[in-house]
Design a protein around this ligand. Sequence first.
Ligand code: CNA
Length: 285
Amino acid sequence: MGNKVEHTNKYQEIVEGLRNNTFKNIMFITGAGISTAAGIPDFRSKDGCFAQVQKKYNLSYPEQLFQLSSFKQNPGPFYDFCKGFNIDHCKPTKTHLFMGYLCKKNIVKKIYTQNVDGLELKAGVPINKMVFAHGKITEAACPSCGKEYDINVLRDEYVMKDKIMYCESCNTPIKPKVIFYGESLPISFILNFIFIYGCDLAFIMGSSLRVYPFNQLPDKLPSGTWRVFVNKEKVDDFFNFDDSYSKDLFLEGYSDEIIDKLVQDVGWQNDFNNYCENILNNLGK
Ligand code: CNA
């Protein structure tokens, strides 16, 4: 009961802070869970990619499919995986649209994401607010020498035709510019830390927080920052949810449902619905 009351109090403070415009420097730290409702499977849920790829490609462990050394030796399995990973038709979820909505209110500092699907941009988030820590699926390059290639050529002329594309300069297999295990994160990952230090409220959403160094971000937030973890399952490692003095709050469930309730509790429902309708209508054009 004590925890329940405490939880309610923390939630109320977030709701009132948003309503009264107290939070002016909001951060989002996101993972694959915010895109599952758009039809893109995550890695570690029961029906996520990891459950399927290990058996399908006869891997020692599922991460091997996304490991640079394995890819260079045998790019075939990853190319085959890419054939089934067409996200062009995917629409942003309520959670992405909430981020776009808060950007429009001019209260978002930065959005750090592990996702490579770019749905934030479709939701109206300006590109300068984004840190794509694990790269983007919409660009292609050589993972050895960095030479850039046209993603459409890679997809249409090679991946879809079961052919491997090799770098003209160094003969390495070409891949989308998504960060594999064994690759460095983009320099923007570190350069944007400056925004983390100045934030007053962080939403950490849809991530198992298993991938290093991205999972260190919640710990980098200044003490005294509200950290709201929105996820289908609890991840305790980085938070003190049960400490009544902490500003950590766990909202358990599907992110779209939690965002819907939050928006309603703050009193933004009509305005938010109009925002979503506008964005989604424009996407259809
Ligand atoms: P993960 O390890 O698969 O964890 C996802 C987390 O989200 C799990 O804890 C789930 O329980 C939770 N979850 C799933 N659906 C929902 C939902 N609707 N609402 C709330 N929570 C939900 O994924 P991470 O992002 O933590 O792992 C990092 C990997 C996944 C990164 O390297 C990504 O590039 C990679 N990835 C990205 C995409 C994408 O771009 N959409 C898709 C699949 C994997």
